[in-house]
Unconditional design. Structure first.
Length: 155
């Protein structure tokens, strides 16, 4: 039997002032500086009725979100002398790259997209010539047979 519930009175606005910018999370290689503000949020319990028979357990559903692999923003370390990784922290330091070959960075334990213009949330992409935001018109194909060795670094 479910009792009737009433929604709490809404709170209009509730945003506090922005804080000062914090220190950068790194001294080189790209970091994150944050400014925060708080919002008063009211929580209440809702939908107390039982889930339909055969529904997946809520905890199981949450765990299934991680079935695809390692959390990119958790600090996973190889256990010394063993052949397994262990999660040492649920979140790396803000500004840590999500993957070594990506510009995306971790903020508050979540991987956030960074465009090739190094702007958080940007949709800027490299074109086929590896020009950020380019249209693919600045490079040219070179064909032929080459016998000379490339200098170190491939340049």
């Amino acid at each position: 039997l479910m009792k009737d519930w009433t929604q709490p009175t809404s709170v209009d606005g509730g945003w506090g002032p922005w804080s000062l910018w914090g220190e950068c999370s790194r001294t080189c290689g790209g970091g994150v500086s944050s400014s925060m503000r708080h919002c008063d949020i009211i929580n209440f319990i809702c939908f107390l009725q039982a889930c339909p028979a055969g529904s997946r357990d809520f905890r199981e559903k949450q765990c299934a979100d991680f079935d695809s692999g390692v959390k990119p923003c958790a600090l996973n370390c190889l256990a010394e002398g063993y052949n397994f990784y262990t999660e040492r922290s649920p979140a790396v330091v803000d500004g840590t790259r999500c993957q070594a070959d990506s510009l995306d960075i971790c903020i508050n334990g979540e991987c956030k997209h960074v465009g090739c213009d190094n702007i958080l949330g940007s949709d800027a992409k490299e074109d086929r010539c590896r020009v950020c935001g380019g249209d693919g018109s600045t490079c040219e194909a070179t064909e032929g047979l080459f016998n000379d060795s490339l200098p170190r670094g491939g340049v």
